[in-house]
Design a binder for this molecule. Structure first.
Ligand SMILES: Nc1nc2c(ncn2[C@@H]2O[C@H](COP(=O)(O)OP(=O)(O)OP(=O)(O)O)[C@@H](O)[C@H]2O)c(=O)[nH]1
Ligand SMILES: [Mg+2]
Length: 361
């Protein structure tokens, strides 16, 4: 599962990527600096791991990770191939969620491809290109389905109705995720087509350093604009955070963060949000060799969770011993939790909860 950083050229996507990842992407003050996508495996900051480390004192600690992809900037006409558009749109299609970066800072020295700072217009420019690409997908599919529908095939007729609704919505400037279609039809006909505008999205407002805490007038416009979208809007001073990330010394980093009014980097919050956006959650294993955070899809069963460690844990699953994170911390260890009756034996149907500390048998 990976989240892709999407936006107009020169809005700070690669700079953001560099805040998140140790894989350094080239960033420069000219549009289309990025061509090939940069891929970074990013540790998910989780204070619970530190707590478990304190209690267990293991040989090593392994955090959960999330894959972030820095993609080239899109411009108007991308869906028609402008600015290498088709290739870039293909890169976006391969991701599972979208981090849409909007330039919300003034700076006459940093070129804006459309002449001035206007995050609402920018968002529309990107949305329209993505929607046009999806419209192409719908039209292609519709052509095939129509033929089958005409022969009286009931299923094809159902599918045609869904595709027509999608087409109408997209043509009206809606994203697929916002078009009203019932859950069953969505699962059957919409999901397999892997629409770009059906991917979950969050917005990252790239602000100047003075607006890192409270945002600014541009951010207010963005929030107002997306208020019906059920999408998170994150405020991040990408430029200054990238500078702070460069500092080697932890104390020094904390000091500079405090200077702009933050107690943790905005990028840490963004990573956690991206993880959630990808529908992922964490369970832990805690042994003296290793304390580790494992990533599973929300809603995974115990065997599925075990399968992330080893396929045998899924195929030969018998049961799992589970302590909730809070109980683990409260009692301080597996054995004390067991004495207190807080260690549960769970079977195949158990749905793993975020923070469960697990042991597979
Ligand atoms: N002042 C200021 N400059 C920024 C900020 N974020 C990025 N920049 C600058 O803007 C320029 C473009 O940043 P990039 O991160 O390369 O932009 P991009 O979105 O990856 O651009 P493409 O790869 O061309 O699509 C660089 O010179 C950055 O230093 C910011 O928050 N404030
Ligand atoms: Mg770039």
């Amino acid at each position: 599962m990976k989240a892709g950083i999407v936006g107009l050229p020169n809005v700070g996507k690669s700079t953001l990527f560099n805040c998140l990842s140790n894989a350094k992407a080239q960033s420069a003050n000219f549009p289309f600096c990025t061509i090939e996508p940069n891929i970074g495996v990013v540790n998910v900051p989780d204070p619970r791991l530190e707590k478990l480390e304190e209690l267990v004192v293991p040989e090593r600690v392994v955090p959960a990770t999330v894959d972030i992809v820095d993609i080239a900037g899109l411009v108007k006409g991308a869906s028609k191939g402008e600015g290498l558009g088709n290739q870039f749109l293909g890169n976006i299609r391969e991701t599972d969620a979208i981090l849409h970066v909007l330039r919300c800072f003034d700076n006459d020295n940093i070129v804006h491809v459309d002449g001035n700072v206007d995050p609402i217009r920018d968002k529309e420019t990107i949305d329209i290109e993505l929607q046009l690409k999806d419209l192409e997908t719908v039209d292609k599919k519709l052509e095939k389905v129509k033929r089958a529908a005409r022969t009286g095939n009931k299923e094809a007729q159902d599918e045609e109705a869904v595709l027509v609704a999608l087409k109408k919505g997209l043509e009206a400037g809606m994203s697929v995720r916002a078009i009203a279609i019932d859950d069953d039809a969505r699962a059957t006909y919409v999901k397999p087509l892997q629409f770009i505008t059906d991917k979950p999205v969050m917005y990252v407002c790239n602000v100047d350093e003075n607006s890192a805490v409270n945002g600014n007038a541009y951010v207010d416009l963005v929030k107002e604009n997306v208020k019906d979208e059920d999408a998170e809007v994150l405020v991040l001073a990408v430029g200054i955070e990238a500078d702070i990330t460069e500092l080697d010394d932890y104390e020094e980093r904390q000091m500079f963060l405090a200077d702009i009014g933050l107690d943790e980097p905005g990028s840490a919050k963004l990573i956690r949000s991206a993880y959630k956006l990808l529908n992922q959650q964490t369970y832990f294993t805690a042994g003296v060799k290793e304390v580790r955070a494992w990533t599973i899809n929300i809603g995974s069963t115990a065997p599925q969770a075990g399968g992330v460690i080893h396929s045998d844990f899924e195929n030969k699953f018998i049961r799992a011993e589970v302590v909730s994170y809070d109980d683990y911390v409260h009692y301080g260890s597996d054995s004390k939790a067991r004495e207190a009756g807080k260690l549960r034996a769970e079977g195949k149907a158990y749905i793993v909860q975020d923070g469960d500390v697990m042991h597979f048998l």
